[in-house]
Design a binder for this molecule. Structure first.
Ligand code: ADP
Ligand code: MG
Length: 251
């Protein structure tokens, strides 16, 4: 069990000239164990700030966050950043080994995950020998290698060409369905959110709040087809909420 419970979360950053800028204001969010939720909002609305707080990389000024089992509040979590963030002086294999506590069986696990992300046989390459898409595949393998309960992803495919990105979205859905982990996926791309999410939490421009939750699974059962015209419909609805023009659909 790894659900997420966020209540009354606020966060401000100090400004260089004094005072502060509110990045998040009174954010409430609940995510069920095994759910795939996209946080969608315009650039600067606080998506990364919220994700970092959920992942424990940053602290809120107010409010509470619980990730994981309600009794113990523990969960194994992983994070895929917008850039691969691999260690350039280590081989792909060594980058993956780096996140494992114990060496026993590491090579088999690494080979398994390299194959799962389409990089079989590339373990001895260095990051510079891989394309940006391949490097991001290594980052996904690194995140999944530790078998997380919760996977945080911050616009992980936004630097990739659309063809590569759409292939990786499909592969991610396959892995998620197999692993059963909870996914919190940040994006500014409504079509991407429509294709991936069970539910889209739509954020307002800064200071970020969750203005609407859109339950995609009702409109689009799985498995989804990236060419399904209903994706556009979901995307249009979400965009009109982003533009503040629609009553949308409340979860
Ligand atoms: P998003 O990921 O939605 O683009 P961010 O969470 O990165 O938004 O940023 C939200 C707001 O907080 C922005 O106004 C940004 O400039 C500000 N901000 C983010 N990180 C910092 C920081 N470390 N120091 C000061 N301001 C920050
Ligand atoms: Mg961001």
């Amino acid at each position: 069990m790894a659900d997420i419970h966020v209540s009354g979360l606020s966060k401000a950053y100090p400004l260089a000239r004094g005072g502060e800028r509110l990045a998040l204001e009174d954010v409430d969010l609940r995510i069920d164990s095994g759910e795939f939720v996209c946080l969608l909002g315009p650039s600067g609305c606080g998506k990364t700030t919220l994700l970092n707080i959920l992942a424990g990389l940053d602290r809120p000024d107010a409010g509470s966050v619980r990730v994981g089992d309600p009794d113990t509040a523990t969960a194994v979590t992983s994070y895929v950043f917008q850039e691969p963030r691999l260690l350039p002086w280590k081989s792909v294999r060594a980058n993956l080994r780096f996140v494992l506590d114990r060496a026993d069986g590491a090579d088999e696990r690494i080979d398994y995950w390299l194959e799962r992300v389409g990089l079989a046989g590339r373990g001895n390459d260095y990051p510079r020998q891989l394309s940006i898409g391949q490097r991001q595949r290594v980052a996904v393998a690194r995140a999944l290698l530790i078998e997380p309960d919760v996977l945080f992803m911050d616009e992980p495919f936004s630097a990739l060409d659309e063809l590569t990105a759409s292939r990786m979205r499909e592969e991610l859905l396959g892995l998620w369905q197999e692993l059963g982990c909870t996914v919190v996926f940040v994006t500014h791309n409504p079509m991407e959110a429509a294709f991936l999410a069970d539910r889209i939490a739509i954020m307002s421009p800064g200071p970020g709040r969750i203005v609407r939750e859109y339950r995609v699974s009702e409109a689009l059962p799985r498995p989804r087809d990236a060419d399904d015209a209903r994706l556009w419909e979901v995307s249009r609805n979400v965009v009109s909420v982003l533009k503040g023009r629609s009553s949308g659909q409340r979860a």
